[in-house]
Design a protein around this ligand. Structure first.
Ligand code: PCA
Length: 206
């Protein structure tokens, strides 16, 4: 049986966050075999004009069976798989100083795309293992929403049988200490274990 490929992405640090725990998670898990999947890792820039293009280039090179993109949501206390990506760029400037206000990501694209990851199974599995989790109904309007929308749009336009979605993770202890903010935080060990459980959910799906 052909081994399945999972493309797991994280982001570089952004705004006033000195580190991005998603980068550490991806670097730890890349090249590992987890369940039926071999993990291919990639760290994306936080740039409206580049992130999605880079993600799609990597996608075309690897041709994965599943895409899971990770982003930091400092302030959230749970792991939150995102249900939906909306066709909107808005908010804070990116790492290049570029910002958008109320702008469509794809002017002719649909209003939104739903995640095609097994969201309920992911949340239930995490909670059974004592990791707090909840489906989130908004990925915001910054880079995380942008790449989730663009990846799902590409898969849809190309008519591919590939599941894709986005998962926000809470701050790590290291980030909370370094940033001197009061973010709720998780140990890196717990974040890695939770991600392994999430990836194992893909095996029973479909
Ligand atoms: N989180 C941001 C972008 C990069 C990241 O890790 C977001 O939630 O949009």
């Amino acid at each position: 049986m052909r081994q399945k490929k999972l493309l797991l992405t994280g982001f570089e640090p952004f705004l006033d966050h000195p580190i991005n725990p998603t980068e550490q998670i991806v670097k730890t898990l890349e090249k590992r075999d987890i369940g039926e999947y071999q993990v291919y890792g990639h760290i994306l820039p936080v740039r409206f004009n580049e992130s999605a293009k880079e993600l799609i280039d990597v996608f075309e090179e690897i041709q994965p069976d599943v895409v899971i993109s990770l982003g930091l949501a400092a302030g959230r206390n749970r792991i939150t798989p995102e249900r939906v990506a909306i066709n909107c760029n808005d908010g804070e400037p990116d790492n290049e100083g570029m910002s958008y206000c109320d702008q469509a990501i794809q002017p002719d694209g649909p209003a939104a795309y739903f995640s095609t990851l097994p969201l309920r199974q992911i949340v239930d599995t995490l909670q059974e293992h004592q990791f707090p989790a909840e489906i989130s109904n908004s990925a915001g309007t910054y880079l995380c929403n942008n790449i989730m929308y663009q990846m799902l749009h590409y898969i849809d336009e190309q008519g591919l049988d590939v599941r894709s979605g986005f998962i926000h993770i809470p701050a790590s202890h290291e980030l909370t200490i370094q940033s001197r903010k009061g973010y709720p935080s998780w140990s890196m060990e717990s974040l890695i274990s939770a991600l392994q459980l999430i990836i194992s959910c893909l095996d029973n799906d479909k």
